[in-house]
Design a protein around this ligand. Structure first.
Ligand code: PFF
Ligand code: NA
Length: 454
């Protein structure tokens, strides 16, 4: 049956696609979020569950999502519609695409606010504000930033403008150009920081914290957070990878791409966490401070180390770029839908959509000051609520449905031709998508619904 094939664009090569997908995966999730949620959830046991979630749930669903994208060759909403028609399934599958469109927009609304913190730190670092700074001074610096909504709004706006500007220009000239040199740069700076971490005297303690599991410290809520983060960090469950896959030609290997994405993402997250906890323990700081962790620790290191002014400024520049390459993929599901389904030209669609998301983001800006104690869901303020609903509910739910579609609805031949994998691995993957991933996600949802009053 003839499929959608409405995607007007394609990647210029397999390598560029892998780089863009890695660019989407590697972002604030690795450098900012993974360390702080690990700190909040007690370390080792959380990391172990997270790693298991990456291998058993994340990687298979990433593959499933790429398969869906490349076989639908369309934006997620219409794409799921085409696939459902092709495989004679319920027409309601388009809702899975819509879930992705909405989740992406909501995540982007707060992602740009946090990325704005990195912009603020880039500027402070360049001005020399962190030279010889003490850890309590950095803490004060951070608190002051968060208490100033106008400043947060400024950085949020700047970051949003740059994101929209890039996506408005389209895939080839916008996205591809920006990413090919950033990931290697980020990796190199993290290596330098890792070297510094070994000189703090607390590297061993940091290592122990991350890799010595103590299950008494892990709650079911923590397991949900670990699984949710596996989705967030790999950019899966919300059809960003599906759209990226829809721009890919048939020759490229999805398996190879998925493995590279998962490895790069995991290595960078672990490196960032090792560095940050070395600084935390060396300065007797608290690992469970929450979202400020990165911003309250790293400047101390930069302030002390040789060349710290340069490395620090460069580091925040790279965090900004890593966040940018993720932000552009967060908007792509909605944007491709506006372009393909509603025939809106890319540039105006990007500006209108981006403007709306920017507006929603203001609620997150205010969540760190004026509306800090305004609770929306349980004791979560607006920012926490958006983060919780998207990362811990919409993404796992989206991923669950994707795995079910590829494992149960799609026919074997289509799946096989997309995968091009030897039969043992293929069977293992399908088994995982049929049973392991969906049951694990459903189980964690169930336990959380029964046990946590949120
Ligand atoms: N994977 C990104 C990160 O770890 O920062 C965040 C993200 C990007 C999530 C794109 C989802 C997405 F579609
Ligand atoms: Na990530």
């Amino acid at each position: 049956m003839q499929q959608g094939k409405v995607s007007p664009v394609s990647w210029s090569s397999q390598t560029v696609f892998i780089l863009a997908a890695i660019g989407s995966a590697v972002g604030l999730g690795n450098i900012w979020k993974f360390p702080y949620i690990t700190g909040e959830n007690g370390g080792g046991a959380f990391v172990l569950v997270y790693l298991a979630a990456i291998v058993l749930i994340g990687l298979p669903i990433l593959l499933a999502e790429l398969i869906l994208g490349r076989s639908a060759k369309a934006n997620p909403v219409q794409g799921m519609g085409y696939l459902a028609a092709q495989f004679k399934a319920s027409r309601w599958w388009w809702l899975l695409g819509l879930n992705g469109v909405l989740a992406g927009a909501l995540i982007l609304s707060f992602y740009t606010v946090i990325a704005g913190w990195a912009v603020a730190y880039f500027v402070s670092s360049a001005q020399g504000a962190f030279i010889n700074i003490s850890s309590s001074e950095v803490g004060a610096h951070f608190d002051k930033l968060l208490l100033n909504p106008w400043e947060l709004l400024l950085w949020h706006t700047i970051f949003s403008l740059v994101t929209i500007f890039i996506v408005a220009r389209g895939i080839r000239s916008g996205i591809e150009k920006a990413i090919s040199w950033m990931m290697p740069g980020l990796f190199l700076i993290l290596l330098v920081l890792l070297g510094y971490a070994t000189t703090t005297g607390a590297f061993g303690q940091s290592f122990h914290f991350l890799f010595n599991p103590d299950f008494a410290k892990l709650s079911w809520q923590g397991v949900l957070v670990a699984i949710g983060h596996a989705f967030f960090t790999l950019s899966i469950g919300m059809s960003a990878m599906m759209v990226y896959g829809s721009y890919l030609d048939e020759k490229a290997s999805l398996v190879k791409a998925a493995i590279w994405i998962a490895i790069a993402d995991t290595v960078i997250a672990i490196m960032a966490a090792l560095v940050i906890f070395s600084i935390v323990f060396a300065n007797s700081l608290e690992p469970a401070v929450g979202p400020g962790l990165l911003f309250q620790t790293l400047p101390v290191a930069f302030g002390q180390m040789w060349g710290g002014w340069l490395f620090g400024t460069l580091f925040f520049a790279l965090v900004i770029i890593a966040a940018l390459s993720s932000a552009i993929s967060l908007i792509e599901p909605a944007l491709s839908w506006l372009e393909q389904r509603w025939q809106i030209r890319r540039a105006p669609a990007a500006w209108a959509l981006g403007g709306l998301i920017w507006l929603i983001g203001i609620a997150s800006v205010l969540s760190f000051n004026h509306w800090k104690s305004f609770s929306l869901l349980g004791d979560r303020n607006i920012f926490d609520t958006l983060d919780f609903i998207t990362t811990n509910i919409m993404l796992p739910l989206g991923g669950l449905m994707m795995s079910l579609f590829v494992a149960w609805v799609m026919d074997k031949e289509t799946r096989r031709s997309q995968l091009n994998l030897n039969s043992t691995f293929e069977r293992a993957l399908v088994f995982d998508l049929k049973w392991i991933a969906p049951v694990a996600i459903a189980l964690v949802f169930a336990v959380n619904l029964l046990s946590a009053p949120t």
